[in-house]
Design a protein around this ligand. Structure first.
Ligand SMILES: [Zn+2]
Length: 237
């Protein structure tokens, strides 16, 4: 009988030890999960504010940083005369409406700065809206390939093709010229045949386009020296 009582006491001690170990296990698991999910929801996301919008693809943050959107190219605006390429002003207005209304979260890619010292970023609003994509899908910016920054290239090009099919923005009053174009497979830029930059293209990198529309559809953009988007579209509606 006495032995039995000892057994019982030993069993209780063992159970108490097991119970403590079990509680510790659950506590540690809970702490682990807390640290696992906490970064996603809070401190890993840094929020910033825009203070000025230059055009459809460039903004200045409150801390003074100049941000150039990755993967898109909006029509230019001359800030002294306020003269703009077709859809330049309307692109800036849409960009203003988006980025001045909410906090912004910037996502970076492999190359984080351009040769002008601007930070290269994908811009997201607190509500989850992807600003680069909105500019493209409205036809207020064109897709711009950059081989180091490809994180969202598929979705941006797909949105451009949708905007082209629906004839939105710059794609609305499209005027094709009687011209063929030389594309560079490596840089995804295209040129008129007379362009000196186009002529430098290594033969194995050359692709020919029957129209500028085809080049844009395949994710090529104008070289900037010999062509610009304003040559193919008319001014704002
Ligand atoms: Zn060119």
């Amino acid at each position: 009988m006495a032995d039995c009582r000892k057994c019982w006491i030993r069993a209780r001690k063992r159970y108490a030890t097991w119970d403590r170990a079990n509680s510790l296990f659950f506590f540690l698991t809970w702490i682990f999960l807390w640290f696992l999910f906490l970064p996603v929801n809070s401190y890993a996301k840094e929020w910033v504010k825009a203070k000025w919008v230059a055009d459809g693809d460039t903004i200045v943050l409150e801390n003074g940083d100049l941000i150039r959107y990755i993967g898109i190219d909006a029509p230019e605006i001359d800030h002294k005369t306020n003269m703009a390429e077709p859809y330049g002003i309307i692109a800036r207005e849409l960009n203003k409406k988006l980025v001045l209304s909410e906090n912004l979260h910037l996502v970076f890619d492999q190359r984080q700065q351009d040769r002008y010292g601007r930070r290269l970023a994908y811009v997201f609003l607190e509500s989850g809206i992807f600003v680069n994509q909105v500019l493209i899908e409205n036809g207020y910016a064109i897709y711009l390939y950059h081989k180091a920054n490809l994180k969202y290239q598929d979705v941006l090009l797909k949105k451009q093709q949708e905007a082209m099919t629906s004839k939105r923005g710059v794609w609305k009053n499209w005027r094709e010229k009687a011209e063929r174009y030389i594309g560079n497979i490596n840089s995804k830029r295209f040129h008129i045949p007379a362009c000196p930059y186009g002529k430098k293209t290594v033969p194995k990198n050359i692709v020919l386009f029957e129209s500028a529309w085809d080049a844009f559809w395949q994710g090529y953009s104008p070289c900037g020296q010999c062509l610009n988007i304003g040559e193919f579209t008319s001014h704002d509606p």
